[in-house]
Design a protein around this ligand. Structure first.
Ligand code: NAD
Length: 479
């Protein structure tokens, strides 16, 4: 089994590998079996971690950017050398189809490589002075120890998207991974240690109950930054908690992505993009489309071709190379999908294909029409393989419907009309717009949402700014 020795022995990672006083079980969503018992950290481990993060920050920030860059680059190399094992670990703990897990490891490693390079480009500025004897500078410095909380749906990439820029900037970093997926995070810590990462710079605190660990770390004034990826509901709680110590904060929250298919779209090209966007990770991503708007004139042909493509998707064991859709992550996620379908059917929706639970946590890929705005799937994240199709008449109507949500993470459109592509993407109130592109994420671009989808950006040169403070220095020379 592709699980790290340290995780198997119920260690967590702090200033070296440590034993927690308790453990909790990690289950495979594919089979229901217990994979192993992992360290279950609580208040004591969190208190200790804060002190270690503060101490390690003092020496880590003194290293040159070139030294930090070299360690990150070795971390990248080790991740790629262990791509298959990391991918299997991820698939085992949360059920992502193995071909997608391999892609996620490469994506996760991509952040490490990018920020290994970016560490060396944290430039300051000099400003022209208003007085002859003064010299004015702005320098950038690491914000301080960081506390990160990540979701289960990208167990590696959501970790490195935060840890790599933070460590590159000179911050120390404490991660509380999602309760379902500590194994990928612990694996990454083993590789960080092997890459020469100094003890205490990266700490991983798995726990079954996130609340005590989070409350201690967020209340601690030595922790200067909170970075969170997860639901809007939890983001709101942590945002409020962070107000007490005025932490610098980044929030990557939920989405409700619209996909608009205009009448000039080439359906043979559009449909594979929409399928990839909707069904990857069994629909369990923040950027998976949750509402597909199709121009009335092509609704019939789109529905027919789209349904054919959905029927061809292979549901099965996520460790098999040809599986397209694995299980949902847990019973709660599974019940939410069932509830959204039941609610839609009670309000007049019609299933075109799928709609039923299979055995275990598997759910049929589903296409559903006759949608109305009062259905739960039109306002809440379904986080499952369900595609509602809705028709529209005019561009203005499509934009209005797409923007009719408190979320603003990702939106998509398909068109061959250049002026429409510009006008619609500018009118969409979203942080990310995919034009003829259902998978826009990559490490060196700004990823993040507007409205209730979050604050800040991850990726690219924007991502490292989230871990830096600007210091203004005014120097008077003898007159
Ligand atoms: P979640 O909000 O339930 O949990 C996310 C993390 O928060 C987990 O580590 C969890 O243990 C922790 N947590 C939960 N309650 C907490 C509390 N009271 N105090 C402290 N920590 C707490 O989300 P999830 O189910 O793990 O992930 C799915 C959600 O994440 C979806 O809403 C999805 O859209 C969002 N997401 C957003 C992005 C993005 O980049 N914007 C990326 C991936 C996932």
């Amino acid at each position: 089994m592709a699980l790290t020795t340290k995780a198997k022995e119920a260690f967590y990672y702090s200033d070296g590998w440590q034993k927690a006083s308790k453990t909790y079980p990690i289950h495979s969503p594919a089979t229901g079996e217990t994979l192993l018992e992992v360290a279950n950290c609580g208040a004591d481990e969190a208190t200790r971690a804060a002190a270690i993060a503060w101490d390690s920050f003092q020496s880590w920030k003194q290293k040159t950017a070139f030294e930090r860059s070299d360690i990150l680059m070795r971390w990248f190399d080790l991740m790629m050398a262990n791509q298959e094992e990391l991918a299997r670990t991820m698939t085992l703990e949360m059920g992502k189809p193995i071909k997608e897990s391999r892609g996620e490891v490469a994506y996760a490693a991509g952040f490490v490589k990018w920020y290994a390079e970016e560490a060396k480009r944290v430039y300051g500025e000099t400003m022209p002075a208003h007085l002859a004897h003064k010299r004015l500078f702005a320098i950038k410095q690491p914000v301080g120890p960081v506390y990160a909380v990540t979701p289960w749906n990208f167990p590696s990439a959501m970790v490195t998207r935060k840890a790599a820029p933070a460590l590159a900037a000179g911050c120390s970093f404490i991660l509380k991974p999602a309760e379902h997926t500590p194994l990928s995070a612990l694996y990454l810590a083993e590789l960080w240690e092997a890459a020469g990462g100094p003890p205490g710079t990266l700490q991983i605190l798995p726990c079954e109950n996130p609340v005590p660990v989070s409350e201690i770390l967020i209340a601690d004034p030595r922790i200067r930054k909170l970075t969170f990826t997860g639901s809007t509901e939890v983001g709101r709680i942590l945002y409020k908690q962070s107000a007490e110590t005025i932490k610098k904060i980044s929030l990557e929250l939920g989405g409700h992505a619209p996909y608009i298919i205009f009448e000039d779209a080439d359906l043979d090209e559009a449909i594979p993009e929409v399928i990839a966007c909707k069904y990857r990770n069994a629909g369990q991503t923040c950027v998976c489309t949750n509402r597909i708007y199709v121009h009335t004139s092509i609704m019939e042909s789109f529905t027919q071709k789209y349904t054919e493509a959905v029927k061809a998707l292979k549901v099965g064991d996520p460790l098999n190379d040809d599986t397209d859709i694995g299980p949902l992550v847990d019973q709660q996620g599974f019940e939410k999908v069932e509830e959204h379908i039941k609610d839609a059917l009670a309000k007049g929706a019609k299933i075109i294909t799928g709609g039923k639970a299979l055995s275990g946590l598997y759910f049929e890929p589903t296409v559903i029409t006759n949608i109305s705005d009062d259905m739960k799937l039109m306002s809440e994240e379904t986080f499952g393989p369900v595609a509602p199709l809705i028709s529209f008449e005019t561009d203005a109507e499509a934009i209005q419907m797409a923007n009719n949500t408190p979320f603003g993470l990702a939106a998509y459109l398909y068109t061959n009309d250049l002026s429409r592509a510009f006008k619609v993407s500018e009118a969409l109130e979203y942080g990310i717009v995919g034009v003829n592109d259902g998978l826009p994420s990559t490490p060196f671009v700004p990823f993040g949402g507007v409205k209730q989808s979050g604050l800040g950006r991850e990726g690219g040169h924007w991502g490292i700014e989230e871990y830096l403070e600007v210091k203004y220095i005014s120097m008077g020379l003898p007159k």
